[in-house]
Design a protein. Structure first.
Lengths: 158, 158, 158
């Protein structure tokens, strides 16, 4: 697979990722991760210092599915929606059989009454593998947010 | 035409689209539509409910050209300018001889005095065909805005 | 080199450019320019009127390196960070042996206390060449900002 093709497939995975969240097809979002896929959100400060813990943590697709169920119960999507704008991925040296990439993102939030705000910016630090069917899936997505100020209610995927 | 090539050509069409608007070459903008091309702006709420009407409507290139003439008379571009940031398109199942795609966008507005604001975010829902010369042109561009709050003066293409 | 490949290589150069600035690897930033590379920042108004001077000016890689050293002394990065979101490049007619391109960008600034704001939008107007090793480097990057309001303290690369 050439670099150009790899980048295009990664861009396609990111587009799909954003579409699941922004078009409120959240139930399809965990399917973009491997069964043992990890998803974390952290801040640039923590990332630089090597603190791995992060704010939101899931280390399997099942945990992501649980999280989506909680979001549905809380009716989060009744009150706000999101729009991801995702840049081109940059390939990084990765382990055997996986692709490592860093990708800048920006998320705008629109409230029910029409107000918009810049909700988050940062980079995705990803490890990505092909699943049994040959589709690209996240082995790990670490969301590194530029701001350390988080809306404490945030349980929405970034 | 491979998927990679299709996506690249679509991205090129979007770049040209944004450039016509943002660099104030509005007169070239209708030329990116087929002669019977449709252009509509609507909200995510209306789109989800299946209301097709939308806020701004043109169902031919000639109507788009008329709209541009009105904008020139109103001197809209004297007071503000726009910057589109457009994501990668996602291909969708489409009719024969056309490409269907959804593409996220964000528009920032800069006022004459230098103030900037987040003006609009959303997706483009497009049907695209090759014209007689083999160039990609919009058979339909539906602009689905995340916010339902519109500046009532907005007549500027998004 | 096909257009698709050219665009991909340009997108890769832009990704690297943004990453040097946003991940605070500023010292690597001048290396993306040719030794006689020029870097300027100007406003859309000045650009339209043909005023070439611009606000920040460097006409060699050595001057860019000096600028980075000044930024380090001023501890600019202690107080704020940046996130570039860069669109797809549009190829423009260029001279022999060089690629000419225009590329939209948006920069979000995050302050130490977590506040984020839309810092700048505009286009990069670039002339790009291959260096002796075959890597793409900027012969010239002209940053054309939509807003004419500049933070007078801005010495940060855009």
């Amino acid at each position: 697979m050439s670099n150009t093709e790899t980048l295009f497939r990664l861009a396609g995975l990111n587009t799909e990722y954003a579409s699941c969240i922004d078009a409120d097809r959240l139930e399809e979002w965990p399917g973009l991760f491997l069964e043992q896929g990890r998803y974390r959100i952290t801040t640039a400060d923590n990332y630089r210092r090597g603190y791995a813990a992060g704010i939101i943590f899931a280390d399997s697709r099942a945990m992501l599915t649980d999280r989506v169920a909680s979001l549905r119960e809380a009716n989060i999507y009744e009150r706000q929606k999101y729009r991801h704008i995702i840049g081109m991925p940059a390939l990084r040296p990765g382990g055997t059989g996986e692709i490592a990439a860093e990708t800048p993102f920006l998320v705008v939030r629109t409230m029910r009454d029409g107000r918009m705000d810049l909700f988050a910016t940062g980079i995705y630090v990803d490890r990505i593998c092909e699943d049994a069917g040959g589709a690209l899936r996240f082995a790990e997505r670490l969301v590194v947010c530029d701001s350390s100020r988080f809306d404490t209610l945030v349980a929405i995927p970034l």
